[in-house]
Design a protein around this ligand. Sequence first.
Ligand SMILES: Cc1cc2nc3c(=O)[nH]c(=O)nc-3n(C[C@H](O)[C@H](O)[C@H](O)COP(=O)(O)OP(=O)(O)OC[C@H]3O[C@@H](n4cnc5c(N)ncnc54)[C@H](O)[C@@H]3O)c2cc1C
Length: 466
Amino acid sequence: MFNKSLVKTPMPEQNPAARARNFSEVALGYTEADAQSEAARCLRCKHKPCVAGCPVEVDIPGFVGKLAEGDPAEAYEIIRRTNALPAVCGRVCPQETQCEQKCVRGKNGVSVGIGRLERYAADWAMKNGEGASVQAAAPNGVKVAVVGSGPAGLTCAGELAGLGYEVTVFEAFHRPGGVLVYGIPEFRLPKAIVAREIEGLLARGVTLTTNCVVGRSLTLDELFAEGFRAVFIGSGAGLPTFMNIPGESLNGVYSANEFLTRVNLMRAFDETWDTPVQNAKRVAVVGGGNVAMDAARCALRLPGVETVTVVYRRGEAEMPARAEEIHHAREEGIDFKLLTNPTEVLGDDKGWVTGLACVEMELSEPDESGRRRPKPKPDSRFELPVDSVIMAIGSSPNPLIRQTTPDLPVNKWGCVVADEADGRTGKKGVYAGGDTVTGAATVILAMGAGRAAARSIHEDVLAGAI
Ligand SMILES: Cc1cc2nc3c(=O)[nH]c(=O)nc-3n(C[C@H](O)[C@H](O)[C@H](O)COP(=O)(O)OP(=O)(O)OC[C@H]3O[C@@H](n4cnc5c(N)ncnc54)[C@H](O)[C@@H]3O)c2cc1C
């Protein structure tokens, strides 16, 4: 049943002109025939390099083999042994730099579409009401607190609950999911899918406490005083960075985080919700990463928006966004002003944005990141007429927890210092992982960190170290 095709089975997608104005999912998912044909491209290598490329070590040849045999239920069961959120990862993981980059099939053609197949198996299981069998250990009476319900916190909580721990997740927002619900847009990751995967995790007996900001509502030391034996910090990196240029406090300037939270978590695009978002016609998004692409594509879908321009100081080759995201943004009609840097947000006498002053840039020698350093071209200032500006130039961990936990080691960027392999921090009983340790990274790395920390907590409890 081996399929010799050198190319991936294409992913059916909504037509760009139609999808640019709606929030429905762009990628429509494989049919059964697509999945079987794509799975049949796997070479079933003995040494499985793809598994080494997956931070949660999914048995990729195992599940792909089951799909090729037409057994999606067993394929799902195999994925769920190590990945608690397969419908999420199948949609948003950067497989091209992870499992698919290691795929031997890619050496003489295009790698197997592992992410697309993972999504197919997970969606099949949801549609057919199949949950993976949960084998939880007997309760051990040990209480563990998890701060944050993003992929790091949820994975850590799910793993510990499976080992018999009494786990409580404390979440600042009113809904669990972290960036999966407030950041990544509906058209890339439908919120109903995230909710189903989270329900499955919480069904393991995890308690969820929402609207609870650790560091404000209660501190880490108060958690220990309440009888929690260990605390895992998975609070992400949600504090936005601004450029510190004049005009950034004008009405109509948003951080990408705030804009995306209004649109995704608080559904500002849906007329039946009363979440306000500015009624702009021309929007500029500053930045060249995935967050900038998501903000730009969300902005274009809002009623009344006519043009969206991405303003980025380097060229396309230097953009950190995934090639697929840039391609989708271009197809939908987003305009790109590359080698362009904002110098001032312009406003009217009532304090509303009217434009973005920019300079043209040129690239010189590479900087410490290895990318060519941009420098302004003399006398190149120009004005872009816009009525909203979204800053998507990075984010860092929120300072609340470090400010209220003076003995928790943090680095100069405000990230919690934790061993990336096992999640242990310099404070006894405290573990950390995900974006709060690494700075903004990926869903699967956060999940891998949550899993590693759960193992360390279990080891330390068994050893009597905490
Ligand atoms: C717009 C956007 C698009 C992205 N797209 C992708 C993508 O396509 N693929 C990919 O792999 N990655 C993507 N990422 C990155 C990815 O989402 C993150 O790396 C990942 O979510 C990090 O997981 P986490 O659990 O560490 O943190 P988060 O997902 O940030 O979750 C942290 C949670 O902790 C809560 N919290 C924070 N402080 C406190 C506190 N003091 N008390 C209680 N709760 C607290 C927050 O409310 C949040 O719910 C994207 C990120 C953004 C912003």
